[in-house]
Each structure stands twice: as C-alpha cells, then as structure tokens.
Design a protein around this ligand. Structure first.
Ligand SMILES: [Zn+2]
Length: 325
C-alpha cells in the first residue's frame, strides 16, 4: 500500500489548505485552557508550534499534545460547520472510498475479526464509534454476516451510513448512556479518532460507562514514536491542528487505559506507510538518519525497514486491544 493510494495528494493538499483557512476563522480569537499530559498528568514542556497551535511533549512518557488547548466549544463549532470538515465528509470520503475500501478497510476488517475471535468470540456485537462513511461497517458485515451498529455525530455521514443499511446512533459517544444499546456482549471499535479527542480521559470514562465488564475496545490512533513523525516533527502532515491534538505511543496509551479501568490485551503498530510517507516528503525530513536512508536504500531495503518498524512498535499507526474490567 502507498500513501498516494489512500490519500491522493491533490485532494489531501486541498483539504489541508481549507484547514488553514478554518483555523483562522474558528480558532484565532478563542479562549484556551492549560492541560497536563493526557496520559500521565506530568507537566510537559513546549516542543514546537504549528499553524498557531502549541504542541507540548511530556518528558516522562513521550506523549505529544496540544497545550494550551482551545475550549471544547470551539472544536464543536468547527466540526459542525467548517468548510474543511464538509470537504472531508463529502469530497474526500466520496472520491477515495473505493481505493480506501480495497487498500485499507478490507484488510482492517479481516484483522479486527481475527482479534475478536482471539480475545472474545464470534457473538460479540460490533459498535463502530465515529463510523464516518460506513465503509468499515460494510466490510466487517461481509465477514461476520451480522450488522454492526454505528455511532456517528455528523448528520450528513449518518445519512450515508443509513442508506447503506446500518443502524446509526446520531450522537457523540460522550453524550450517550447505556440504555441506548442492547445488553449483548460488544466489541467497540474506533479508527483514527483518538488523536482528535478534546479530552481522551473523559472519552474513555464515557465509553466505560456504556460498556459491560468483559466488553472489548479496539482502536487505532497515531503514535508520536512513529518513525515518520519522529523524522519530520512539526513538518509531518500528521501533525495537523485543529484535528490531531493527542499523539500517545504504545507505552503511554497503556498508562491512560489502565487508569481508566481497562485491561490492555495488545498494543501493536501495524502501519505500512512510514517509509513511503518519508519518501514522498523528502524535503520535510529533518532527521539525518532518515534523510540519508531514504536516498540510500532500494525498494527491498525500504520494505525491510518498514517491517522492522512494525516489529519494534515504531510505526506511527498504532492499534490497541483493551478489555473493560
Ligand atoms: Zn506523560
């Protein structure tokens, strides 16, 4: 899989351009609050600035996070109304759906199914939080033959998912209560959502309140220890405010989950793109080791390096399986 196949450069760059305009519109006059490390509550220190947002790094657990953080209401307005959000929900998802289905979601659905059988059983009801365009729901349904439930706050995306034949709960997870779900055993999933959360601790507390003991939570998010992010730091396209606010890593995410009443069953970084992303963004790679590696190595060596990053949990795409205690 290549970066361009799931994030065509032209579409992604247009999205990033709209984001910059929206930052001025929604965040240039907002109020902020100070926060400590979202994983271990240590007071971090300033690392870099990007597009007017300050990123702090916790020197104890190496979590990167936006601080000070604009109050939640500004993000709510942004996610409901902004042009970049609309572009993402319509143009980006629509234009890339088939490519992403083939390159990303089919594989992801198979992987999730494998993990459910490993840590639960085939009867777990899947509930996908932030289901987006519903492509994961479609692909997992093809495997399990059981319709997952989607949770999706955007009305536009809710309609897309409904048209695909799935039950959708039109809410933010943080506003839900347990009565909104049936009582069967569940596996909650969320993909590329955790890095967006205004308050990850509160999200986990809310999630736990709608889970039964023994239910599973599987999710993917970005790791700050990932090679491409380490090599490019603030120049990385993944460091993209106002969207990506939290960059945990395979160790600090365990701290947060355990503190929130979860037992962590597995942390991996099954990413495929770190080396390809660096290759496509050579001018942004500020680390010498990686800069030279990209120029020096052939395709096979690059693939071996990517495999090594996965093995050592140093890819930026991280996946976690946890169980509610
Ligand atoms: Zn920390």
């Amino acid at each position: 899989m290549k970066e361009n196949e799931i994030r065509p450069k032209q579409i992604f760059d247009e999205y990033l351009r709209l984001c910059k305009e929206d930052i001025v519109k929604y965040f240039s006059r907002c109020s902020f609050e100070h926060i400590d490390c979202p994983a271990c509550e240590n007071r971090g220190s300033f690392k870099f600035e990007k597009d007017g947002f300050f990123y702090f790094l916790c020197d104890k657990c190496l979590t990167l996070y936006v601080n000070p953080r604009p109050l939640k209401k500004y993000f709510d307005e942004y996610y409901i109304d902004s042009e970049s959000t609309k572009y993402w929900a319509t143009t980006f998802y629509k234009e890339t759906e088939e490519a992403r289905r083939e390159k990303l979601w089919k594989h992801k659905a198979a992987l999730i199914h494998e993990k459910i059988l490993k840590y639960g059983d085939k009867d777990y009801k899947i509930v996908d939080i932030g289901a987006g365009y519903g492509t994961f729901c479609e692909e997992i349904f093809k495997i399990t033959k059981d319709r997952p439930i989607a949770i999706e706050p955007s009305v536009h995306l809710c309609n897309v998912i409904k048209e695909k034949g799935f039950e959708v709960i039109n809410h933010f997870l943080e506003d839900m209560d347990k009565t909104m779900l049936s009582d069967e055993k569940k596996c909650f999933t969320s993909f590329e959502l955790f890095e967006h959360l205004h308050d990850p601790g509160f999200f986990l507390k809310s999630l736990k309140s709608i889970m039964n003991s023994g239910d599973i939570f599987m999710f993917t998010t970005l790791s700050y220890m990932g090679a491409d992010i380490q090599a490019m730091q603030e120049k990385s396209k993944s460091v993209s405010p106002p969207h990506h606010l939290n960059f945990f890593n395979p160790k600090s995410i365990v701290t947060l989950l355990e503190k929130s009443g979860f037992e962590v069953l597995e942390t991996t970084t099954p990413g495929k793109l770190d080396v390809d992303i660096m290759n496509n963004n050579k001018e942004k790679v500020i680390d010498n080791f990686w800069k030279n590696f990209i120029e020096y190595s052939d395709e096979n060596e690059k693939q071996e390096m990517q495999d090594f990053l996965v093995k050592t949990k140093l890819s930026s795409h991280m996946m976690i399986v946890a169980r509610s205690k």
